[in-house]
Write a protein that binds this ligand. Structure first.
Ligand SMILES: CC(C)(COP(=O)(O)OP(=O)(O)OC[C@H]1O[C@@H](n2cnc3c(N)ncnc32)[C@H](O)[C@@H]1OP(=O)(O)O)[C@@H](O)C(=O)NCCC(=O)NCCS
Length: 148
């Protein structure tokens, strides 16, 4: 992701989440050497989707992932997550984890199909949605994921 992607990224972000990240939150991530900020780009260099993943002390955390609403269901989310896992492995992570809204079935199906498993619940975590629970999922990251 580059600063010039941020208009496209923000347009996707604002329709994808009840509490979207600000432009500044993305910008602050660019210089962080522990952060991978990825975009899936279309033929005209337009942003189709993006993901943000941090790897610190052997653990990766998927902080954000979204795909343009008109381009969902085409494998873009899976490709972005695969690339996050690949980079996590290259950065020496042994596990990747994430939080997902209890009601977000599409995202949970994607994560489970890629080997993520239930780890716990944060009760009432999403205060913007009447206290919706967060489901914590994680997945082992193997050395072989670095080339997978
Ligand atoms: C979650 C999200 C990133 C998935 O991206 P995507 O590009 O549509 O997903 P893919 O096309 O790669 O689909 C991968 C798998 O996800 C699951 N999936 C995707 N969309 C689904 C839907 N509408 N209903 C049920 N399962 C769905 C399926 O298991 C699918 O595999 P399959 O095609 O083999 O059945 C996308 O729906 C999105 O941007 N949602 C809004 C933002 C969001 O909720 N982000 C996650 C926050 S935790």
């Amino acid at each position: 992701m580059r600063p010039s992607d941020l208009d496209d990224v923000m347009a996707i972000e604002e329709v994808s989440f009840p509490t979207p990240w600000s432009r500044r939150m993305f910008l602050e991530d660019f210089p962080r050497d522990f952060s991978d900020t990825l975009v899936a780009a279309g033929a005209e260099d337009e942003v189709l989707g993006y993901a943000v993943c941090w790897t610190i002390a052997g653990e990766s955390h998927l902080l954000n992932i979204a795909v343009h609403s008109a381009r969902r269901g085409q494998g873009i989310g899976r490709a972005l997550l695969s690339e996050c896992i690949r980079r996590a492995a290259r950065a020496g992570a042994s596990v990747i984890f994430l939080e997902v809204r209890a009601g977000n079935e599409a995202a949970q199906r994607l994560y489970r199909s890629m080997g993520f498993a239930f780890r716990g619940i944060r009760k009432g975590y999403y205060t913007d949605a009447g206290g919706e629970d967060a489901i914590i999922l994680d997945r082992e990251v193997r050395k072989s994921d670095a080339t997978g």
